[in-house]
Design a protein around this ligand. Structure first.
Ligand SMILES: Nc1ncnc2c1ncn2[C@@H]1O[C@H](COP(=O)(O)OP(=O)(O)OP(=O)(O)O)[C@@H](O)[C@H]1O
Length: 622
C-alpha cells in the first residue's frame, strides 16, 4: 500500500466518502487499482475506512476498521450509518456502538451461525458480483452445482450479502438472493443492529424495502440508535417510502434513543402523511388502544416465521379445479387463518413455457390490494409444485351458483357487475387485461361480494387444452376479436363482461349451442337474441357490451368510466360500491372440516434443489 494525497482522489469520492469529519491520510493499493476490485483506505483518527471503487471512478466507503480491534470482532459502523439529509459532519463520523458487546454476541450466536474466519472463494465471487450489480453472475454463483456461498456470511461491519444489496438498492439481486439462498436471514443484523430493511429505508430504496417486507422482513426492528426503518425513511425525507411503510401498519409509537418517534423526525410534508394515516386507521380501527393494551397486543402476536413453507399449512378440502392445477382450502397451523391454495404443476407450466405468465401475474397480484380482487398472501414452491396462498372466498364461484339457480334477477347481477367493473378498472389502470372473465373465475366472499380470482394463466394460447366437457362453455367466453386472432386490447374484458351479464340474467351465454363450430360462427356472425323480459337498460347494456367491433364497444373510448356511466347503472354510488356497501345476495356458507392433512404429506416438502427452481416465485405479504 502506498500513501496518496487525498486531493488526487477526492474529486472521485462520492458524497458519503467525502463527508467524513476528519480524514488523516489516504492509502491506495495501486495494484488493485489496476483492476476493478480496487480497495483503498482512509484513516480517521485511529480508524481506517475502506474505500471501494464503484462503477467508473467513483469511490465509496464500505466499512471501517478500528486499528486496535480485531477485524473479526470489529464493532465499527459501516458507511450505512450515515443518514442522508442529516449531513452535519459529526453525523457521519462513525462512532463505535455503545451497546453491550457480550450481550450482542450472545444474541448473534443464538440467531446466526458464526461467520467463517475468512471468506470462501464463492463468498468473494458473490460479493464482487453484487458489487458490480451483475445479476447473471449472481445467479450463476448461487445456483452453481459446486460449493455454494454462505447465505449469511458476515462481511465487514457484519453486513450480509442481503445488507449489501439492500443498501445499494439492487432489487433484482436482492430478489435472487432471497429466492435462491434458502436459509438466508431476512432479519440479519449488522454491527449497528441494522437489518437489510433499515439499510434500504435509510437510502430510500423503496422497491427493495417493499421486496423485503413482502418477503417477511420485520417491520419494526430497532437499530443501535433505536431507529426503526420508518424512522430512517423519515430522516431521509423519503415520503413515498414513508407512505408505503405506513400502509403496512408499523408501530408508529416506537421511540429511538433520543426519545423521538418516527413522526417527530419527519418534515412537514411527511408529518402530513402521518396525519392522514392516523385519521384513516382511527376510522378503520376505532379509538386507539392505551399503551398497555398495545403492549399486550404486541406480546400476544404470534411470532412470524422467517420463511413461509408448505410445513405451515394443512389441507382441509378441495375447492375447485382449473386447467393447470387444483385449488384447496388450507389452514395456517400457526395462525389458524383459512386460505385458498392454488397448486400449479411445475412440469406442465415449464414444459409449456408458461412460467413467465405465472410469474408476471404473481408479481402483479402481489402488488394489488383491491376489494374485489383476491389477494395473494404467500407464494412458495416444492420440487414439483408452485403454490399460491390466496384469500379464501367461502361463497363458492358464480358458475356453481348458476348451475344450481340457473339465472339471477337483474338486481343481483347488477351488484356483481358493479364490483367486477371496479376490479377490471383497477387492472386496466395497471395495463393488465384480465381476458379470462367467466363465472368460474368469480368467487364470493363471506358476505357474498364478487371477487376476481385467477392469475391469468388462461391467456391466449394457454388454454388450448380444453377438456371436452367444458369446451363449449369456454368458447362462449371468447370475444370475436380473439377468435379472429388479430390481437385484442382492454376492450376484450368489456365484451366478456357482456357475456357474463347475459349468462347471469338469461341462464346461458349468448349465441350458445353445443356444436363447437356453430358456436364459433355465431359469436362472429350470429344474431344476438335477447329475451324480451329483460329491462330496457339491461338489453341496452348487453348490446353495447357485446358490440363485435371493439372500437365501437362500450368502454372503447374511456374504459371503465364509460361503462360506469351507462344508463343501467344510473344512481349507483361507485364510491359506496368500492366500500363494499352494496347489499349482495346472501350466501349459505359451507361447513368446514377440522381435520386436515399436512401439506407436505400431500405434495412433498420444501424445494430441495432437485428440480428446476422457478425464479422470483417466493412471496410473503405483510
Ligand atoms: N380464492 C378462492 N376461494 C375459494 N375458491 C376458489 C378460490 N380461487 C379459486 N377457487 C375455486 O377453484 C376453481 C379454480 O380456480 P381458478 O379458476 O383460479 O383455477 P385456474 O387454474 O386458473 O382455472 P382456469 O385457468 O382454467 O380458469 C374456481 O372456479 C373456484 O371454484
Amino acid at each position: 500500500m502506498k500513501q496518496a494525497s487525498l486531493s488526487s482522489i477526492s474529486k472521485y469520492l462520492d458524497e458519503e466518502a467525502t463527508n467524513t469529519s476528519k480524514i488523516d491520510s489516504l492509502t491506495v493499493d495501486y495494484d488493485e487499482a489496476l483492476n476493478d476490485s480496487f480497495f483503498g483506505s482512509i484513516s480517521e483518527g485511529d480508524e481506517q475506512i475502506l474505500i471501494q471503487k464503484i462503477p467508473i471512478m467513483k469511490y465509496t466507503r464500505i466499512g471501517i476498521h478500528s486499528q486496535n480491534i480485531n477485524p473479526e470482532n470489529s464493532f465499527g459502523s459501516s458507511s450505512t450509518q450515515s443518514l442522508p439529509h442529516e449531513h452535519t459532519s459529526s453525523s457521519l463520523s462513525l462512532k463505535k456502538p455503545s451497546y453491550d458487546k457480550l450481550n450482542k454476541n450472545s444474541i448473534e450466536n443464538i440467531l446466526y451461525p458464526k461467520p467463517s474466519k475468512s471468506p470462501s472463494k464463492e463468498n468473494i465471487a458473490l460479493f464482487w458480483a453484487i458489487e458490480k450489480n451483475d445479476l447473471s453472475s449472481v445467479i450463476n454463483i448461487i445456483t452453481s452445482t459446486g460449493p455454494k456461498p454462505e447465505a449469511n456470511y458476515k462481511w465487514e461491519g457484519h453486513n450480509t450479502f442481503l445488507h449489501i444489496a439492500s443498501e445499494r438498492g439492487l432489487l433484482k439481486i436482492s430478489e435472487a438472493l432471497l429466492d435462491y439462498l434458502d436459509d438466508i436471514h431476512l432479519n440479519a443484523r449488522n454491527n449497528d443492529m441494522m437489518q437489510p430493511l433499515h439499510l434500504a429505508s435509510l437510502k430510500g430504496h423503496m422497491h427493495v424495502a417493499q421486496l423485503l417486507v413482502r418477503s417477511g422482513a420485520d417491520l419494526n426492528p430497532i437499530d443501535i440508535n433505536g431507529n426503526t426503518p420508518l424512522h430512517l425513511s423519515c430522516l431521509g425525507r423519503f415520503s413515498s417510502l414513508v407512505s408505503w411503510l405506513l400502509s403496512r401498519g408499523p408501530n408508529i409509537n416506537i421511540q429511538n434513543k433520543q426519545g423521538k418517534t418516527a413522526e417527530e423526525l419527519a418534515n412537514d410534508e411527511i408529518k402530513a402523511i402521518f396525519r392522514r394515516y392516523i385519521r384513516k386507521t382511527t376510522i378503520v380501527n376505532g379509538p386507539s388502544l392505551s399503551e398497555s393494551q398495545k403492549l399486550s397486543a404486541l406480546r400476544a402476536k404470534v411470532p412470524k416465521p422467517i420463511k413461509v413453507s408448505p410445513k405451515q399449512f394443512s389441507v382441509l378440502q378441495p375447492l375447485g379445479k382449473g386447467s393447470f392445477g387444483e385449488v384447496y382450502l388450507v389452514r395456517n397451523k400457526y395462525t389458524g387463518i383459512l386460505y385458498a391454495m392454488k397448486v400449479l404443476d411445475k412440469e406442465k407450466i415449464i414444459s409449456k413455457n408458461l412460467t413467465i405468465y405465472a410469474q408476471t401475474e404473481r408479481n402483479v397480484l402481489s402488488q394489488i390490494n383491491h376489494p374485489f380482487m383476491v389477494s395473494l398472501h404467500f407464494a412458495f414452491q416444492s420440487n414439483e409444485k408452485l403454490f399460491l396462498i390466496l384469500d379464501y372466498c367461502p361463497g363458492g364461484d358464480l358458475a356453481r351458483h348458476l348451475s344450481v339457480e340457473k339465472k339471477f334477477p337483474e338486481s343481483r347481477a347488477k351488484v356483481y357487475l358493479c364490483e367486477i367493473i371496479l376490479a377490471l378498472e383497477e387492472l386496466h389502470k395497471r395495463d393488465i387485461i384480465f381476458r379470462d372473465l367467466k363465472p368460474d373465475n368469480i368467487v364470493l366472499d363471506i358476505n357474498g361480494h364478487a371477487i376476481l380470482t385467477d392469475f391469468g394463466l388462461s391467456k391466449e394460447g394457454v388454454n388450448n387444452s380444453f377438456q371436452a366437457k367444458s369446451f363449449c362453455g369456454s368458447i362462449a367466453y371468447l370475444a370475436p376479436e380473439v377468435l379472429k386472432r388479430k390481437g385484442h386490447g382492454k376492450c376484450v374484458d368489456w365484451y366478456l363482461l357482456g357475456v357474463l351479464f347475459y349468462e347471469m340474467v338469461v341462464g346461458i351465454p349468448p349465441y350458445f349451442t353445443i356444436n363447437k363450430n356453430e358456436l364459433i360462427n355465431n359469436i362472429q356472425k350470429g344474431r344476438l337474441k335477447i329475451p324480451v323480459c329483460l329491462s330496457l337498460d339491461a338489453k341496452e347494456l348487453i348490446k353495447d357490451l357485446l358490440q363485435r367491433d371493439p372500437a365501437k364497444r362500450l368502454g372503447a373510448l374511456r374504459d371503465a368510466e364509460e361503462v360506469k356511466q351507462h344508463r343501467f347503472f344510473k344512481g349507483i354510488d361507485w364510491e359506496a360500491v368500492e366500500r363494499k356497501e352494496l347489499k349482495p345476495h346472501k350466501i349459505h356458507m359451507p361447513k368446514i372440516s377440522d381435520n386436515g392433512v399436512d401439506l407436505e404429506e400431500m405434495f412433498g416438502n420444501c424445494f430441495s434443489g432437485e428440480s428446476t427452481k422457478v425464479f422470483g416465485w417466493s412471496f410473503i405479504s405483510s
